[in-house]
Design a protein around this ligand. Structure first.
Ligand code: NAD
Length: 510
């Protein structure tokens, strides 16, 4: 474990009796302190409790392949191009200065503040080994047959000079043909669909995608494969008994060519059956109960839904701040306009509805968690509007108004304007989702007799996702810093030392 600070190489050496390295496996013990609360007739009882956890982490990252569904989209082409730019140290100029060269600057997989006093920041990779984006072997599918050079030009994300430098790497990459059922994405996407797997038999489509995954794994001698949906937002699919509420139902529904089985359902099931982890970067409800049960049956991770990149990321930190500081959000109105193909697809009602649901759910847990500010558990009025404005292309505009009730019946209004290049926010999330999933696949834990893997629904990915899917019966956490702390505390626990309590007691007890 090494770290660069001011050009000086530092090794992180954990001096703790709670950790040892045995044959390339880090074995750590972690004392999890969690107070237990119980409402009784005489009041709220609190009992401090401690739970002993042991972790085993295989230290060497596995050779990992990432298959993107929607490879030729703005996110897909940006994610691939950025890796080449990084691998080959490409530089490029912008109109802002002909002599000022830009460099790839991938700050993926967060860093961690280890010590309050000395402000020591250490990247995750120096605490527990993880993959670099450069290590990922990337391929994927798209219903459009554009090669990635054309896709990158269509996306208008990279500067022209960088596009030309990337051309020799991007032009030879043509996405694999994909599954296309027009009813699931907007009708305005039809003219893009020139690269589709023929026929209408869903079982044959499933077998086709399974064969693609197997071939990719064999061709590149991969130890771990992750399939990630970054294709168009689909409409919601029905969830009902007989269709997809159990693993057997979803398999049977594919076999009987049920209309309500979506392309993303096909990809998720194909991945699980091939032992590949599946992540949903879009808002639709791909991870129906039957798919979650299937993942559990095959010990495969699934994660979702919808990348948490711009407006929602801010909202999930800001609303937590408002609630924590006693300002009661009463009304949140969010306007967005964007001009990329994602915006075009979302301009139809059913696809917009999927996005509206994932964007709206982000404040729910913060409201539910605070019965003092929200005694009736009534959510603030929360309205989300998205408009397609082609001229702004990938540069998305988001405008939010937050109105809070404050002291003595007063009001405080915050207005936030946010301009962001959407795919430049989403691509690092794609890498982080893959990198953390691969890390999770190397970890087992024990809180009783036997070591076991994490739950198939990989909720530690929640930090990176708008509407986190969590194991059945567990609470959803949307608050950004809470999610961040879950992840950072887990990483230090794997390395055998607890995160600082960070009470700063030493400063006021001198
Ligand atoms: P995009 O429209 O540029 O790319 C989507 C690609 O998916 C297109 O190339 C399209 O041809 C392809 N596609 C559609 N259906 C397919 C299928 N069945 N199989 C294979 N390919 C298919 O969109 P984008 O900007 O890259 O965004 C991708 C997804 O990520 C969208 O659902 C979007 O809502 C979601 N998302 C993006 C961000 C962000 O910041 N960019 C944030 C959150 C969520």
């Amino acid at each position: 474990m090494s770290n660069q600070v001011n050009g000086i190489s530092k090794r992180l050496i954990v001096e703790s009796p709670n950790v040892k390295l045995v044959d390339g496996v880090l074995e750590s013990k972690f004392n999890y302190r969690k107070n237990h609360f119980e409402h009784r007739a005489d009041g709220l009882h609190v009992t401090p409790k401690e739970h002993e956890y042991s972790f085993k982490t295989v230290l060497k990252p596995r050779k990992t392949g990432l298959l993107l569904v929607g490879l030729g989209g703005n996110n897909g082409s940006t994610a691939v191009g950025s890796i080449y730019a990084n691998q080959y140290g490409m530089t490029w100029r912008t109109k802002e200065g002909s002599n000022q060269f830009r460099h790839p600057n991938c700050h993926c997989a967060p860093w961690l503040r280890l010590g309050a006093q000395n402000q020591i920041f250490v990247p995750f990779k120096d605490i527990v080994p993880i993959l670099s984006p450069n290590d990922l072997v990337i391929s994927g599918w798209d219903i459009s047959n554009s090669n990635l050079y054309d896709a990158m030009a269509r996306a208008k994300v990279f500067e022209p000079e960088l596009q030309e430098k990337l051309r020799p790497f991007m032009e030879p990459i043509v996405p694999l043909p994909s599954v296309y059922y027009p009813d699931f994405i907007a009708s305005n996407q039809g003219d893009r669909a020139n690269n589709v797997i023929p026929g209408s038999n869903k079982l044959e489509h499933l077998e086709h995608i399974r064969a693609d995954i197997r071939k990719f794994k064999q061709d590149h001698e991969l130890e771990c494969v992750i399939v990630l949906w970054t294709a168009n937002t689909e409409r919601y699919t029905d969830v009902r008994t007989g269709l997809n509420t159990t693993a057997d139902e979803i398999l049977k529904s594919i076999g009987s060519n049920e209309y309500e089985v979506s392309p993303s359902n096909i990809f998720a099931v194909a991945s699980i059956l091939e032992g590949a982890h599946y992540i949903n970067g879009s808002p639709q409800n791909t991870l129906v109960p039957g798919i979650i049960e299937l993942a559990d049956r095959h010990n495969v991770f699934v994660g979702g839904d919808d990348f948490k990149s711009g407006q929602t990321k801010f909202k999930s930190a800001f609303v937590d701040f408002l609630v924590s500081s006693g300002l009661k959000p009463e009304c949140i109105v969010s306007y967005n306009h964007l001009g990329n193909n994602d915006g075009k697809n979302l301009s139809e009602a059913r696809q917009f509805r999927s996005k509206e649901i994932s964007k709206s759910s982000v404040v729910d847990d913060m409201v539910k968690s605070n019965q003092i500010l929200f005694p009736d558990a009534k959510n603030p009025d929360h309205c989300v509007v998205i408009k397609y404005v082609p001229f702004v292309a990938d540069s998305k505009r988001a405008m939010d108004e937050y109105i809070c009730s404050i002291f003595m019946g007063g009001k405080q209004t915050f207005v936030v304007h946010n301009t962001c290049e959407d795919s430049l926010l989403a691509s690092p999330l794609i890498y982080d989702l893959a990198i953390l999933t691969e890390l999770a696949s190397r970890v087992t834990y024990k809180d009783g007799d036997d070591y076991k893997p994490f739950h198939s629904v990989l909720s530690i990915l929640s930090l990176l996702l708008k509407a986190p899917v969590v194991p059945p019966g567990t609470p959803i956490s949307n608050a950004f810093m809470r999610q961040f702390s879950t992840l950072t505390k887990l990483v230090t626990a794997l390395a055998g030392f607890p995160s600082d309590t960070d009470m700063q007691i030493e400063f006021f007890t001198q």
